[in-house]
Design a protein around this ligand. Structure first.
Ligand code: AMP
Length: 442
């Protein structure tokens, strides 16, 4: 099956060939013909499936075949500016052999250049909702010519509270139009929205509902918050991990963890909204080439980034929104292979874990926490720093679930004996296993 077989015009199949795509992905095989046929589509697909090309290619084709004016005839709404920028970039690439005017608008940057760009005429507009409504409110943008509407990552849009904005946008477009909706997860809210938005949709599901979860090995460790970084360093070192994406809840937390892991001799970079675009691009490039082992990211920063097929994803902190868990671990779902998603769960995150399990419709395996070394805190070390030596010492029990009758030993909070030297690590084990009895107790 080729892109031409799907009904794409030569200009487009040439452009995808130049991108190095040889065959369409499953979602492209099913969505492209449906969109070309003018049908509404409801697609369950997440980042990494090729979903962007699945809607951009047939839309470009439709646009090329209808008369152009000044106002956009296709609108793609995305939840984040990173994703908007990425979709627009893809559209420009795919449309390079056509005369296609692709505009992108999002908040956080000056509005005037966007007004200027729209004034110059636009065929396909990619936008985040807030800025787009601003522009429409200022009459810098006319949505009355929109004939094709895409709601990308609809679940994420709802999570981010965009439902009201979406309703506003719908009012500004003509009734007669084609609607495409993409979502990685299905909730009742998504189903409601789909019912209201779509007319007799073709449903495309490349993986059954929330199915990533089934292809990814998922493990959780229960442990006190202050031990998380030590366990993470241990897992990375002992597991010989080369590439791990670590999610933290806050930008500050991302920075702090990056420093701590660097201090433990692990090549680390952090990306989040406060970092410059340059810094993010560099961090991502270093991560992809293997110069950086651990990439620490906040949810929003990682969103829309083209990082996927990773061997390991770590939820250093559980997401507040359970669906984010599915997005996060989707990063590890490798074609043909399996990935591993690890969650570090502090006592105060028990509720979040329950929420996730509800979405997954199954419980997460709680693994026995391996013995790990609490390393004395130090200044961040250079990337090549050797791992700290271990001092043979009696092991301490730090787990909460010990069934040996021993009392929990309060773990040393990131300080080895003496508290200064890198070599003054202190080993202690944790018997946290609920399901795995493979305790490493001494
Ligand atoms: P997406 O799911 O849209 O975020 O796309 C994920 C990645 O897959 C992007 O880097 C695309 O460039 C790439 N991609 C999309 N379609 C294909 C294809 N048919 N063959 C190979 N790579 C693709």
């Amino acid at each position: 099956m080729s892109f031409t077989d799907l009904g794409l015009v030569p200009e487009l199949s040439r452009a995808v060939a130049e991108q190095g795509y040889e065959t369409p992905t499953p979602i492209q095989m099913r969505a492209i013909p449906a969109v070309i046929a003018g049908r509404d589509v409801l697609a369950g697909a997440q980042t990494g499936t090729g979903k962007t090309a699945a809607f951009v290619l047939p839309l470009l084709q439709a646009l090329a075949q209808s008369p152009a004016g000044r106002a956009p005839r296709a609108l793609v709404l995305t939840p984040t500016r990173e994703l908007a920028a990425q979709v627009a970039e893809s559209a420009r690439q795919y449309g390079r052999h056509m005369k296609m005017r692709v505009c992108v608008v999002f908040g956080g940057v000056g509005i005037n250049p966007q007004i200027e760009a729209l004034r110059g005429g636009c065929d396909l507009l990619v936008a985040t909702p807030g800025r787009m409504l601003d522009l429409a409110g200022q009459r810098a943008l006319d949505l009355r010519e929109v004939r094709h509407f895409v709601l990308d990552e609809a679940d994420r849009m709802l999570d981010m509270g965009f439902i009201h904005a979406i309703r506003q946008v719908l009012k500004l477009m003509p009734q007669q139009r084609q609607n495409l909706m993409f979502s990685a997860t299905y909730s009742d809210d998504i189903r409601d929205l789909a019912t209201r938005l779509l007319r007799d949709p073709v449903t495309v599901e490349v993986a059954p509902r929330n199915a990533t979860a089934d292809r990814v090995e998922q493990r959780a460790y229960r442990l006190p918050k202050e031990h998380k970084r030590h366990l993470l360093a241990h897992l990375i070192r002992e597991g010989g991990w080369h590439q791990v994406l670590v999610f933290t809840r806050t930008k500050h937390g991302a920075n702090r963890l990056a420093e701590q892991l660097a201090g433990a001799g692990i090549a680390t970079a952090a990306i989040h909204g406060n970092k410059s675009q340059n810094a993010r691009v560099r961090a991502l490039a270093d991560f992809k080439t293997g110069q950086v082992t651990a990439l620490i990211a906040t949810e929003v920063a990682a969103r829309g980034l083209d990082i996927k097929e990773l061997p390991f994803v770590v939820n250093y902190e559980l997401p507040n929104v359970p669906e984010d868990y599915v997005h996060r671990i989707g990063r590890t779902a490798r074609a043909g292979g399996t990935g591993c998603a690890i969650s570090l769960v502090a006592p105060d995150e028990a509720g979040l874990l329950k929420d996730i399990e509800r979405v997954l419709r199954r419980s997460l395996q709680i693994a026995a926490t391996p013995e790990f070394t609490v390393v004395a805190e130090q200044r961040p070390a250079p990337r090549s720093a050797p791992p700290p030596a271990r001092v043979p010492q009696p092991k301490h029990q730090a787990g909460r679930h010990g069934d040996s009758g021993r009392r929990d030993a309060p773990g040393p909070k990131g300080r080895g004996p003496g508290g200064h030297s890198r070599s003054s690590g202190r080993s202690f084990g944790s018997q946290a296993g609920r399901r795995f009895g493979s305790s490493s107790r001494g």
